[in-house]
Design a protein around this ligand. Structure first.
Ligand code: MN
Length: 149
């Protein structure tokens, strides 16, 4: 895991986003940041392998079953990013406003290359969620898992 792509995109002299490091810190951070950039989206981040695995979700993440959202995987972010809120300056990568929309912890229930099942413990999102990867590898579907009868 590395933050090369994350750092390549940013000028840390201009943005207040953390430069960060790969960390073997405590497990299971879950956060969604509402990011009002050129397009409003929601950045879902799950702590995994010492970084925050990250997906940009173009529409509000589902709080109930029955709604499936596209989640576009983006570059890994440093763990410290989970608490970042602020304004990314004009002209910088991701320019706009970042605020925490939901935050908590999660447990990994099942992890495969093309499918993750996680138990999210947030304020807005709570319960088992699924991320299923498309063949193109970049796009995933994100939805709340139906409780098996
Ligand atoms: Mn974003």
């Amino acid at each position: 895991m590395s933050l090369i792509e994350y750092r390549r995109r940013r000028n840390f002299k201009k943005t207040t986003e953390p430069k960060g490091d790969v960390t073997a810190g405590k497990h299971g951070i879950y956060v969604i940041q509402r990011h009002l950039a050129s397009h409003l989206h929601f950045d879902l981040r799950l702590e995994m392998d010492g970084v925050l695995k990250s997906w940009a979700v173009p529409k509000e993440p589902p709080t109930a079953t029955g709604v499936k959202r596209l989640a576009v995987q983006v570059e890994d972010h440093p763990v410290e990013y989970a608490s970042f809120e602020g304004i990314i300056p004009e002209g910088e990568y991701g320019a706009g406003t970042v605020e925490i929309w939901d935050k908590g912890t999660y447990n990994m229930i099942n992890r495969k290359d093309n499918k993750l099942i996680v138990e999210i413990k947030g304020n807005k999102l709570s319960g088992a969620y699924v991320l299923v990867r498309f063949k193109d590898r970049k796009n995933w579907l994100f939805f709340k898992k139906k409780v098996n009868a």
